[in-house]
Design a protein. Structure first.
Length: 525
């Protein structure tokens, strides 16, 4: 049944808040507040539960990124892993693009290490307690929600050759139906092991042994040292001013810098934009993002291998030149980009102490690589598919490198205080979605739910402009008259991603919105 715009979903207000893509996961996070936990505890419990109730988008073998506002300062965490050291560039010279399935597509997963590090640095509750809701749902079953059932059915044929995947994630070769109770007993066992060992089993113990054994059996190159040497990177988020706020993103190898570039370009054109009709406001956004994505997909990679630094990409001279190139009467030439799929979960939490968390976790393409480690239920991401095989590109595949990453958490401050924690899931829609949410919250002064409900556009890899039908025929025609290759898509199409937002209220509370195009919800105490 097609989705229709939901005009009845309201903002949720409260002192302690969780917003994410699946109701059971939201409730798991909320439960941590009742146990005396903070926003970090709620975020980790939500993320762990999502590996169970939304396996179509993430799993124990995911990567994760996070921005934390501790009440006065921002902290960034990059929890993605490198490609196994034994892989070499020359082994992929014969292929036009990276494999999307199997052990060749797997990098060291970082999500488990994110849960561990965030809990150690900021958490209040015992680490094991954060796993309780997820283990309960995995062992005793959960009811599959509507959008997730549709995603499952759409994806499952892609993995028909993977025996362990079908054993764990199918019902006689088919996806579970809406409302069907689904069990993940092996998944529960692995979560218990991770909880009791505080992640050590995954990187240096029993689960690490099982992953390396399966990799060796199938011609992969994941080693014990690849897992044991994995470490996360605490980093200061990179930032850009837009109007009276500051937007913050995780630095490369992620694509968040594209939103910073586009927002800086638009900030220079603000006088012209303010007096423009609505279709031209949208046109300027699209053109700014076009320029930003062109630069990002040409230059962003593992930071140690980039030709340009983040500062170079945000250089005022480049930004001014890019802004001057945007015209109100025509479009810039389209530029095709490499395909970037991503099935991802995003969550955000906030508590009464002032802490806010922006967290994203992903298997990349749906269930990921198709690799499910026997006896564990662990589905592994296929993030190495984000490399290119072009030897002249900074993102060229090689052992020990971080691949280009699509998943990005966002955060906005105003006057050095927290304003909003937000994210938009969905491959190269993420940077584009961040820009649209930023504009809706700051320029249009929308509430979180109003910003999420707003119509969406997406620049596709072939240069065409995907326009949600909620824009209306008139706007589509006006954009087409400027030279945009407009392609209409229905409300709720997966290409437009999914958003969650929490914004700070003046009276020490929060207002939150959750994506009506998905199954999720915002909840609060």
């Amino acid at each position: 049944m097609p989705l229709t715009p939901n005009s009845h979903r309201s903002d949720v207000l409260g002192r302690n808040v969780v917003a994410t893509t699946q109701p059971l996961a939201s409730q798991a996070g909320l439960l941590m507040y009742t146990k005396g936990g903070n926003a970090i505890d709620a975020a980790i419990a939500t993320a762990i539960t999502l590996t169970v109730v939304e396996p179509t988008m993430n799993g124990i073998g995911s990567d994760a990124f996070c921005i934390v506002w501790d009440g006065s300062t921002l902290h960034g965490l990059s929890a993605s892993g490198r490609y196994p050291k034994a892989w070499k560039t020359k082994q992929f010279q014969h292929v036009a693009q990276m494999p999307q399935q199997g052990w060749e597509s797997v990098t060291v997963p970082g999500a488990v290490s994110a849960w561990v590090d965030l809990s150690k640095k900021f958490g209040k509750l015992p680490f094991e307690m954060l796993f309780e809701p997820a283990i309960q749902y995995a062992r005793h079953g959960f009811f599959v929600s509507p959008i997730i059932a549709d995603q499952w059915a759409t994806q499952i044929e892609r993995y028909h050759l993977f025996g362990e995947f079908n054993k764990i994630f199918s019902v006689n070769g088919k996806a579970p139906s809406v409302g069907q109770r689904f069990y993940l007993a092996n998944h529960a066992d692995s979560l218990e092991d991770i909880a009791l060992t505080k992640g050590e089993s995954f990187y240096r113990g029993k689960l690490a042994d099982l992953m390396v054994t399966d990799s060796n059996h199938h011609g992969g190159k994941l080693s014990h040292s690849d897992l044991a040497e994995h470490t996360n990177r605490w980093t200061l988020p990179i930032s850009a001013n837009y109007r009276d706020v500051q937007l913050h993103e995780i630095p490369p190898s992620g694509q968040g810098i594209a939103t910073l570039i586009a927002s800086l370009i638009l900030d220079l054109k603000e006088d012209e934009i303010q007096s423009a009709p609505n279709h031209l406001k949208t046109h300027f956004e699209i053109e700014a993002m076009k320029l930003a994505l062109n630069e990002v997909y040409a230059e962003v990679a593992d930071p140690k291998h980039m030709r340009k630094s983040a500062d170079d990409l945000l250089d005022p001279t480049f930004i001014k030149k890019a802004s001057n190139s945007i015209k109100s009467t025509e479009t810039l030439p389209p530029n095709s980009r490499p395909p970037q799929q991503s099935e991802t979960v995003y969550l955000t939490t906030a508590d009464e102490s002032g802490m806010m968390v922006s967290f994203i976790q992903s298997n990349y393409m749906g269930f990921g690589s198709g690799v499910v480690v026997p006896g564990t239920g662990i589905s592994l991401q296929n993030r190495a598919a984000g490399f290119t095989t072009n030897p002249d590109h900074p993102n060229c595949v090689d052992g020990g490198k971080y691949p280009f990453h699509t998943i990005i958490p966002g955060f906005i401050t105003r006057d050095k205080n927290a304003f909003a924690s937000f994210g938009v899931m969905g491959g190269d829609m993420q940077a584009q979605g961040h820009l649209q949410i930023l504009r809706a919250l700051v320029r249009d002064k929308n509430s979180p739910q109003e910003a999420i409900n707003s119509p969406r556009w997406k620049l596709q890899k072939d240069g065409s402009l995907l326009l949600e039908s909620t824009f209306g025929i008139k706007t589509a025609s006006e954009l087409a008259s400027l030279g945009h290759n407009v392609v209409s898509a229905p409300y709720g199409a997966y290409e437009f991603g999914a958003a969650q937002i929490i914004a700070r209220l003046a009276d020490d509370g929060y207002t939150a919105g959750s994506e009506p195009r998905r199954d999720g919800q915002a909840v609060a105490t």
